[in-house]
Write a new protein. Structure first.
Length: 446
């Protein structure tokens, strides 16, 4: 077929457009402009990619900055352009060990996913360590910490890893887990238990013998239920374990359940709750002198439940008001049951025997977030727009404009100051986050 001049012109223009598009496709990965390129936000459930930081001259191992407001002596901010969250923090011999997840590999972070940052007592960043995948659990073990991660979720290559990292060493992968870790328990010298979840209706506890090489998996117990299980905690009682969870099949059934077993043996289940008026939605569980204390919702209202260790005595104390969330904090020899209500949190203080209880007015409606280590009379509290450290006696309070805080560590230092480690979205009292949320280590005067 013979082409006219106008047809030839159209074909020429189309060829130029196609060539330009092909050049763009090949150049995008080179300059990090396409999907998965340097500096992009990765699926936070993956966390396996490593990016070239977009800030090559950024000083990662730096000292603290001066506090921005009176009362904050210094601030160390762990920054990334994504949403950085703290998982937990620990102190050992004057060094802070901050564990968290980064969603972008830039600024302070070389990789997506789980990280450990070591910060000295003066607030200086000393080192970063990285783990493959998103961190799901961390626990204190012999000479360091055990860290669990998950990577490539939702794919055929999904993998759950267990690491050991010493106080002065780099992370070492020691085991592959059969599910996503939700709890790590130090049982004894040389033995660690890991609780994993493979489905929403099942949990597994596996004991590991801790050594210099790979950790040897030992006895395990599988727990399965006709209800969805939400893990709370696991306690070691002699040679046995007690695992606390929520068991639910909404909208018909809701309860707290305790599984008792020896590793390798069959679990016995103790349910408290049920259907109809007996539905009991648990929010927090802790052991106490006489057994266990549980914060629940029953018929829409706040309820405190206590059980003895033998599960033969059950007491229910209905407080009679509605709430949105609840948490339980132990500090010194006191428990603080905090119910987050629409018009402000209500916090009750009671002793380990659950015999003396009073409404704590010192919090002023703030949510109790964490105990202050080395200072049983102090607790860290928060509202959406402020973070505070208060005396439970009501004679001392310092408050700072820090928004959407999640306090994961609070400790009184030998000089009388208090160190807080938290995730936040900023506020007038701290430097502005680089992304949606950063991690802050602040030293405050109380």
């Amino acid at each position: 077929m013979r082409l006219s001049k106008s047809q030839l012109a159209v074909i020429t223009v189309l060829n130029v457009v196609i060539a330009a598009l092909l050049a763009t496709v090949f150049l995008l990965p080179k300059f990090g402009l396409g999907l998965g390129g340097g500096g992009g936000v990765n699926d936070p459930d993956d966390g396996t990619h490593v990016d070239t930081p977009v800030t090559p001259d950024h000083d990662k191992l730096r000292g603290p900055s001066a506090g921005r407001v009176d009362g904050i002596l210094r601030e160390t901010r762990l920054m990334g352009s994504g949403d950085e969250r703290i998982i937990d923090a620990f102190e050992k011999n004057g060094m802070l060990y901050v564990f968290g997840n980064a969603t972008v590999g830039d600024y302070d972070f070389d990789a997506y996913g789980g990280f450990l940052c070591r910060i000295d007592g003066g607030g200086k960043i000393c080192a970063f360590e990285y783990f493959t995948g998103r961190m799901t659990a961390v626990g204190v073990v012999d000479d360091g910490y055990a860290v669990a991660t998950v990577s490539d979720t939702g794919t055929d290559n999904a993998r759950n890893r267990l690491y050991h990292v010493g106080h002065g060493s780099t992370p070492r992968e020691v085991a592959t887990l059969g599910g996503t870790a939700v709890g790590i328990i130090s049982v004894s010298a040389g033995k660690v238990a890991v609780v994993t979840r493979k489905t929403e209706n099942s949990l597994r506890l596996t004991e590991y013998a801790v050594g210099d090489g790979d950790w040897a998996a030992g006895r395990n117990t599988d727990i399965s239920s006709g209800y969805a299980l939400e893990y709370f905690d696991c306690y070691v009682l002699g040679d046995a374990y007690v695992m606390a969870a929520r068991a639910s099949s909404l909208p018909r059934y809701d309860s707290v359940v305790f599984f008792t077993f020896e590793a390798g043996g069959d679990p016995s289940a103790h349910f408290y709750g049920g259907s109809g008026d007996s539905m009991l939605q648990p929010y927090a569980v802790m052991p106490c002198d006489s057994g266990y204390v549980i914060l629940c919702r029953r018929n829409g209202t706040a309820t405190i439940v206590s059980l003895n260790y033998a599960f033969t005595s059950y007491h229910r104390d209905i407080l009679g008001f509605a709430f949105d969330d609840a948490r339980l904090v132990f500090s010194g020899d006191k428990y603080y049951a905090c119910f987050d209500c629409a018009d402000g949190a209500q916090t009750y203080e009671f002793d380990a025997k659950l015999q003396v209880r009073k409404l704590l007015s010192a919090t002023g409606g703030a949510i109790v977030d964490a105990p202050v280590k080395n200072a049983p009379s102090l607790i860290a509290c928060k509202t959406k727009t402020a973070t505070a450290v208060i005396s439970v006696a009501g004679d001392k309070k310092v408050s700072f404009d820090i928004t959407n805080a999640e306090v994961r560590f609070a400790q009184k230092n030998s000089d009388g100051t208090v160190t807080l480690v938290l995730s936040a979205t900023g506020g007038a009292a701290v430097s502005a986050p680089t992304g949606g949320r950063d991690i802050y280590v602040v030293c405050i005067e109380v």
